[in-house]
Design a binder for this molecule. Structure first.
Ligand code: NAP
Length: 489
């Protein structure tokens, strides 16, 4: 795509329905509206509806009412709706990408990649809808039979973050629709536009009224709490920070609500002395710079064997330093802005803390001057053990590089975190690769590659990165209950 014009920007924003979507109707929010900002200019793009607690309750009522009929819909028909929605997303990907870039900041190329990834969940789960089965077995004593069936869990609440405004939605909506569940979806207030477009695409694709209800709200805690406490809600799937995940989990304990938690990360990126250093640098650029470093899967710290650390750090710094910052809608931009000033200040504070304790900035090391929330791509070396960024999710374009002297030390450093989402391992020794993969305490590993996201694969973490899996064969199981029937013949 070439650089987007101002009138194209205006056109895609105008196309978005800006109301709440409840029971198949678009309606205003009782709290008025909330503003959506372009992080590259700090200017308001538009206003969208702001839901009240009563609006949120109406959304759950609609999901509950639509539940039984949708659960009984033929799986093939549910799958066809997802398939049509997949096709509509691909057909409109350029406009959707422009919209995503405007509200979130990443480049058009990255938005197109997210849209392809997001759409893929609908295609994958359109195929999974017709593969829901149970089992039939002869009981061990030969007398009875064991019969199991899979049924939709029921109404779900889905809460999503701002960093992947569409894919974090389709990763939940796809399997829920395939399984026959109804839902209330609440996107992050900073990036509601992509999800509003997604709701209108699903409506156009024939999703029955009440199956998906979308609320946008400025007070997420207040609107979500009564839904979480409502015994008619059967499942909550949350993607966001570990801190908010903990709060939601404690609220959910009252009704023993079934949960999926896709939380924060602190991914280690290990480069062993036998690695192909150029391939590791390429992988590092993807693992670090995808989504401007604002991904739960972002490589947060680079642990590099002493014999190759200088080569790795200087090659990485050369590539990071050559990146061009700018508005994501411009075709020569490599790196967009961070989401807001709070996020940029957090990144800045972590870098200053590391430098204050003795780290050295090979490139970058400070915020970028001018409008928008830009931060210069940064590579830090000589990282002291007590630097906060070794423990905290940076969520920005900052790569701390730290040395290690052997496999045990590398693994101990990698596992020295409360998080356990993903790790990256670069080595050309197969035995070492498998040994290290077995010992890493993460839900996912990129082996000689800087990206793991794939609709076909089970995405999710261990430790305080959460539990549950999205995508793959496992993804639909999060939205299914297993019922066992003991059969007396
Ligand atoms: P966040 O602050 O936890 O917010 C996530 C969502 O939760 C937003 O929709 C937010 O609404 C809502 N929320 C906040 N407080 C709430 C409350 N008390 N009750 C109900 N909902 C509440 O996270 P974020 O800053 O948007 O996203 C970044 C985080 O997400 C990072 O930690 C990242 O690692 C994680 N993440 C994880 C994955 C994964 O798959 N593991 C994927 C992507 C991102 P508001 O917008 O209104 O605050």
């Amino acid at each position: 795509m070439s650089t987007i014009t101002a009138s194209q920007e205006q056109h895609v924003v105008e196309q978005v329905p800006k109301q709440l979507y409840i029971g198949g109707q678009w309606r205003d929010g009782a709290m008025g509206t909330l503003s959506v900002e372009d992080p590259s200019t700090a200017e308001v793009l538009c206003e969208v509806a702001d839901a009240s607690v009563d609006d949120a309750k109406a959304a759950l009522d609609a999901a509950v009412d639509a539940g039984p009929e949708f659960a009984a819909m033929a799986p093939r028909d549910r799958g066809e709706i997802l398939r049509r929605a997949f096709e509509l997303i691909i057909e409109r990907q350029e406009d959707l990408a422009t919209l995503m870039t405007l509200e979130m900041g990443k480049t058009i190329k990255e938005s197109l990649a997210e849209i392809a990834y997001a759409a893929e969940f609908f295609r994958w789960f359109s195929e999974e809808a017709v593969r829901i089965d149970g089992r039939y077995a002869v009981a061990a004593n030969g007398a009875g039979r064991v019969l199991t069936m899979k049924q939709p869990v029921g109404p779900c609440l889905m809460i999503t973050p701002w960093n992947f405004p569409m894919a974090m939605g389709t990763r939940k909506i796809g399997p829920a629709v395939a399984a026959g569940c109804t839902m209330v979806v609440k996107p992050a207030q900073q990036t509601p536009l992509s999800m509003l477009m997604l709701a209108s695409i699903l409506e156009e694709a024939g999703l029955p009224a009440g199956v998906l209800n979308l609320i946008t709200a400025s007070s997420s805690g207040e609107t979500a709490a009564p839904l979480i406490a409502d015994p008619r809600l059967r499942k909550m799937s949350f993607t966001g920070s570990t801190e908010v995940g903990r709060k939601l989990m404690s609220q959910a304990s009252e009704t023993l609500l079934r949960l999926s938690m896709e939380l924060g990360g602190n991914a280690p990126f290990l480069v062993f002395d036998d690695a192909d250093v150029d391939a590791a640098v390429e992988g590092a650029m993807i693992a670090k710079m995808r989504n401007i470093g604002e991904a739960c899967t972002s490589a947060n710290r680079f642990h590099v064997a002493g014999s190759v650390i200088d080569e790795f750090a200087s090659k990485l710094a050369a590539k990071m330093g050559a990146l061009k910052l700018g508005r994501g809608v411009k075709d020569d931009t490599d790196v967009g802005p961070l989401i807001d000033d709070t996020q940029r200040t957090k990144v800045s504070d972590l870098v200053q803390d590391a430098i204050g304790r003795g780290a050295h900035a090979v490139v970058g090391g400070q915020a970028h001057d001018g409008v928008g929330y830009f931060y210069n791509p940064t590579v830090l070396t000589d990282i002291p053990d007590d630097a906060e960024l070794l423990q905290e999710e940076i969520f920005g374009p900052v790569a701390p590089v730290k040395g290690f002297s052997g496999e045990d030390e590398a693994i101990a450093a990698a596992n020295n975190t409360q998080y356990g989402l993903v790790a990256y391992v670069f080595t050309t020794d197969l035995k070492r690769a498998l040994r290290v993969c077995e010992r890493l305490e993460t839900g996912m590993i990129g082996l000689n590659q800087g990206m793991v996201s794939n609709a076909q694969a089970p995405f999710g973490g261990v430790k305080q990165s959460g539990f549950g899996r999205e995508g793959g064969y496992e993804g639909i199981e999060e939205y299914l209950e297993t019922k066992y029937v003991a059969v007396n013949l």
